[in-house]
Structures are given as C-alpha cells and as structure tokens.
Design a protein around this ligand. Structure first.
Ligand code: NDP
Length: 435
C-alpha cells in the first residue's frame, strides 16, 4: 500500500484477491519463490498524458488521460476506457488489476489493461466529444495495436466514442487495423452481440448459479441498478428468461415499475435521447411507476439483484436489508459494485454471490470474439456469437464452482474466480521467466 498511496479502490481490489489466494500459496510455493504476487501488483507500464481540446465556445479544456498496461502473460493487454469525472489512477489500476483475472477466466488469449480519462461526456455536444476523442487518441495511438494493447468501451465510452477513436487511429497510422479497438460498429469491423454481451452474460452466469439451487430466472423479481449498456441488456435477458425486472437507476435516482420495466421506453430515453431515468416515470403513463430522487435502489425488494452501475454502490446496510428481504442471488454486472463488507454479509447468509470478474466477463469475452473475426476477416451470425458467449459464461461458472470445491470452499464464487483466474496467469508468468 505504501508504494501506491491514495489509491483506495486499487487497495480494495488487491486485498480481495489476496484473501482468496492464501490457500493457493500453501499448495504452490513456487509462486512465492518467483515473486508472482509482487510482480502482478506492479503494472508492466502506466501511461498518463495531457488531453487538450477546444470546446464549442472556443475555450481550451484540459483533461488527463490514462492507460495502464497491467499484465501481458496471456496475450495483448485488453480492457476498456472509462470517461467519467471520477477517473484517477486508483480507479484505472483497480479496473486493470481485476481485468487480468477476468480475462484469464474467459479462456481467451488476452492480457489485462484499462484506461480512461476524467473527461465527462455528459452534457457535451457530439463535436466536443469528437474533438476530445481525437486528442485522446493522438497520444494513445503510439501505445496500442492489435498485438500490443486493445482498448474497448466502459462507462461513458460507447459506440460513438469508439467510432471517433478508431477514426483518429486510422488517420494517424494510415492503417485499417480493425483489431486495435473493440466495440466497433457492425459495418466497420464490429461484432454482433458485443453490445449485449456483458448484460446477457451476467444473466447467463446468474442462471447457472440459480440452477445449483434448483431454481431459474423464471418468476424471479429482479432489482437492477444503472441504466447504461450493461443494465439495459441485463434487463432484456432477465425478462426473456421470464423474470420481472422492477428497477433501473442513474446517478440522480431510480425508478420502480411494478408492471415490469418497459424496455423500449428505457432504450429510447437512454440510448437514443441520452436522457435521464426520471423521464421514464414521466413518460410511462402508469400509476405503477414511481421515480425516487437520490435514495438507494437497494431499498426495493427483490429475489435477485444485479448491480450494473458503478463501484461500491452496494454497501453493508443495503446488503443486510436485502438478506432480510429474501434476496437469494446477487451478481455483479458492474465492476466491484459491492463493498467487501457487503460481499461477506451475502456470503455468510448463504446468498449466491457472483463477483464481477466472473459474472461480467461476457463483455470482454465477446470483444475477444470480435478480435477473432477481425483477424480472420469474417463476420459471424448473431446466433453463432451468442452460442459462443453462452458456452464461455457457463464455462466460467463451472470453472469457478469447481475451483472453489477443489480448494475446500464450495459455493464461494469469489474465491473460485480469483483462484482460477490467478493460477493460469501465474503459470504463464513462471514459464516466461522473470520479466
Ligand atoms: P454506461 O456508461 O453505459 O452506464 C453507466 C450507468 O451507471 C449509468 O446509468 C450511470 O448513470 C450509472 N453510474 C455511473 N456512475 C455512477 C455513480 N457514481 N453513481 C450512480 N450511478 C452511476 O456504462 P456501462 O453500462 O458500460 O458500465 C457499467 C458498469 O459495468 C461499470 O462498472 C463497468 O466497468 C462495468 N462493465 C462494463 C462492461 C461493458 O461491456 N460495457 C464490461 C464489464 C464491466 P449516469 O448516467 O447518471 O452517470
């Protein structure tokens, strides 16, 4: 911690992984001899840069850009870019660290990295977003590449931003290098199912957890937080499997819709108009809907909870209430939305708990499928790609469950994910020598 002062989220992510790895160090003393853990915690490369751009009023604006290339034992660095005012080095490092194990769990040949900026796309015009993205890429392009580092989207970075970033990369390098970014549009190298993948994957993972208790999504009452890419597609898949999803939220408040979320309306407001969740309640035209400004979406009772907004959004008080209200499963669509204390409360109460590095790995797995299609100059059908995603998510579930069993912690998906993700990376690092 002394080497990385003030990086609270990074400390939190590392602590959680280290707790799970105690059992591994007993079984594998060779990892300690090769200082695998110490090396894993030190990113291979960290890039911090100035991003100057001009706003619509002609004023010069300055943001800070980051790319942390954390670990390339299994493949080129892979992980998203986050544009949000809260972004600083500690957030990028926590996300990059998690990404190493998540990418390992997918079984695909991808290392771990993450990046972003404290730029806030909210309230900016398309022109401003474009100029920012072009300036960001004017520095980033020299660090990335199909065989080096392949960024993607995250909070605040969707198809629009990836388009501007890709355009600038192509212009600077004079290369149509499709595999340098994922999350691209369908007509220019993108993959079907990529937009849906994280949300769908989280629901598929949860369904597998539910099956271990003889249950399914059918008939569950589901509480979802967020209303971005992950939340919208988690809602869609949960509804398709017969669940009733009753909530969605943004950073200003949440809606409760006792009739079940109207997905078309939600998508129109969030994806087309880039509006706020409060507008949903105004436009739904139903007495069964209410909007709560501020507050906690976790006050709404449900049997399954899918936190899909941001880190540390679900704390101990909320977890206690949810356990008392009969929640049977929680799966993290977002990265580290549940605090360490809340996670323990769920686990101690026997609630099925799917950690983000397993439950939300469908997004990056499908990004790797996009890279495969780019490398082979091919485009797969929706059905084929979704089948691959489903196989991968079921595989991740089974590998977490089997690893938890093997290390004497049956049903502990946190430990299972951390250990299964870690061992593969550690073995590759051992094989590749002290680098
Ligand atoms: P989006 O930008 O599409 O949506 C983010 C959502 O979370 C918005 O509803 C946003 O509300 C809300 N949110 C963001 N910050 C806060 C905050 N501080 N407090 C409350 N609500 C907040 O992002 P994604 O859906 O892509 O990402 C959501 C989560 O999923 C993140 O943790 C991300 O790292 C993770 N994830 C995403 C993947 C992907 O494929 N997109 C892959 C794996 C993980 P508002 O509009 O008010 O900011």
């Amino acid at each position: 911690f002394r080497r990385n002062p003030g990086e609270a989220e990074f400390h939190q992510a590392v602590t959680e992984v280290f707790e799970s790895l105690e059992a591994v160090s007993v079984k594998h003393p060779e990892y300690a001899e090769a200082a695998i853990l110490q090396r894993l915690c030190e990113p291979e490369r960290q890039i911090i840069f100035r991003v100057p751009w001009v706003d619509d009023e002609g004023r010069v604006q300055i943001n800070r850009g980051f790319r942390v290339e954390f670990n390339s034992a299994l493949g080129p660095y892979k992980g998203g870019l986050r544009f949000h005012p809260s972004v600083y080095l500690g957030i990028v490092k926590f996300l990059g660290f998690e990404q190493i194990f998540k990418n390992s769990l997918t079984g695909m040949p991808i290392g771990g990295g993450k990046g972003g900026s404290d730029f806030d796309p909210r309230g900016k015009s398309d022109g401003e977003v474009m100029r920012f993205c072009q300036s960001f890429m004017t520095e980033l392009y020299r660090h990335i590449g199909e065989y080096t580092d392949v960024p993607a989207g995250d909070i605040g970075v969707g198809g629009r931003e990836i388009g501007y970033l890709f355009g600038q990369y192509k212009r600077i390098t004079n290369r149509y290098e499709s595999g340098v970014l994922t999350g691209k549009g369908l007509s220019w190298g993108g993959s079907l199912v990529r937009p849906e993948a994280t949300g769908y994957g989280a629901v598929i993972f949860t369904e597998e957890m539910l099956k271990t208790r003889g249950q399914t999504f059918d008939g569950q009452r589901v509480v979802v937080s967020g209303s971005g890419n992950v939340a919208i597609h988690a809602i869609e898949k949960a509804q398709a499997l017969g669940a009733k999803v009753v909530t969605a939220s943004d950073s200003a408040g949440f809606i409760v819709d006792e009739g079940g979320i109207d997905l078309d309306l939600l998508r129109q407001i969030k994806e087309v108009e880039r509006g706020r969740i409060s507008e949903y309640a105004e436009r739904r035209g139903s007495k069964k809907v209410k909007y709560v400004a501020g507050g906690s979406v976790w006050d709404v009772e449900g049997t399954v909870a899918l936190p899909c907004a941001t880190q540390n959004e679900l704390g101990a008080e909320a977890a206690k209430k949810m356990v008392a209200a009969g929640t049977i499963a929680v799966a993290e669509g977002a990265n580290m939305p549940t605090t360490a204390e809340a996670t323990s409360i769920f686990q101690d109460a026997g609630v099925l708990f799917g950690p983000g590095k397993a439950a939300n790995a469908g997004g990056v797995a499908t990004s790797a499928l996009e890279m495969q299609q780019n490398a082979s100059r091919d485009a797969w059908t929706f059905e084929h790609t979704e089948r691959r995603l489903t196989e991968i998510m079921v595989g991740i579930h089974d590998s977490c469950a089997a690893t938890a069993d093997e290390y004497g912690m049956p049903g502990n998906y946190v430990a299972g994910a951390n250990i299964a993700g870690f061992v593969k990376v550690a073995d590759a690092m051992l094989a590749q020598g002290v680098i």
